[in-house]
Design a protein around this ligand. Sequence first.
Ligand code: NI
Length: 390
Amino acid sequence: MLDFLSESRKLFEYTRALRRDFHRHPELGFHEVRTSGIIAQELNQLGLEVKTGIGRTGVVALLEGDQPGPAVLIRFDMDALPIQEESEAEYASDVPGVMHACGHDGHIAVGLTVARLLHQQRSDLKGSVKLVFQPAEEGLGGAEAMIKDGVLTNPQPDASLAVHLWNEKPVGWISVTPGPIMAAAEIFQISLRGKGGHGAQPHLTQDPVTTAAQIISALQTVVSRNTSPLEASVVSVTSVKAGEAFNVIPNTADLKGTIRTFKPEVRQQVIESFTRIVKGVSNAMGCQAEIEIQSITPAVINDPQMAATVLKVARNLLPDHEVDTSYMTMGSEDMAFMMKDIPGCYFFVGSANPEKGMDASHHHPRFDIDEASLPQAAALMAASVAKLLI
Ligand code: NI
């Protein structure tokens, strides 16, 4: 087997140039036209069979080994975020109000590097590698769009892998955790209807503003008093909208937020408590509540066997790295939809470097990664695929 770490270090200039180019030219979900054009061009140059327009702007390429065998899907997301970058870097975003603030620019560069690495090794591969470059991961439904366009068929993958560069942790840290690692996410909306009136005559109204305040307070007990302290869950109210004038009690108030859980039974319990509390408090306060809860993604759950394989590869390949086998986050990922049906492993590669000022959190206007993480991520991904196919 190739020494994937030294081979990926040889490709560092290539990887970094790609990452910086994508960083300078970020594109929002389902608008990754320039990005997917470059990806297709790079993959075509390797002589791979490339399909574009899968899930609108997604790209899929098949790298076939010289011998038959299983298919491994590896997925890289490629969308940017509607954030104005605050950076002095020479590769800072050229597009006002849009930036790669989650590291997906790095993921694309890693994916194209992995394609090169596995292309070098293809005569030894027993099976095929399906390289998937996914649009619109940031809550816009990119994974589902690709699945609808057949990314999980012809060939149907037997295993799946994905990686996230992770700025919560420094370079030199990786995590390969079996079981649930990223939360199921829902969006909720509460529309409260009361009876408005003069701010000086509150007794003649049914005030949706004080009702909203009571609901927000009461919802804090969903996690603290309705679910087991040994189970993780989150209920966050993130948007409150009501009224305009200082002397008018409005008719309505609207709340928005998110629910995060790992286990389906905990999710069910949280949704039930949530609904009971919102309805009950609204009734008690003389308002009516309409609740809408919409699921965004299920939890990302690593197959124990797949995680064990990647862990073994990581320990051999990166012996000086800190390997975390219990890291979990309440963040969500639509890779969950692909991993629902295909046993997979989603791992994290630390990308922060506080000494270089590269430790802003994901989705922050000053987000940047230490590019030393790129060859590490590429090597671990390529070596894991090779382990599954050699
Ligand atoms: Ni991300």
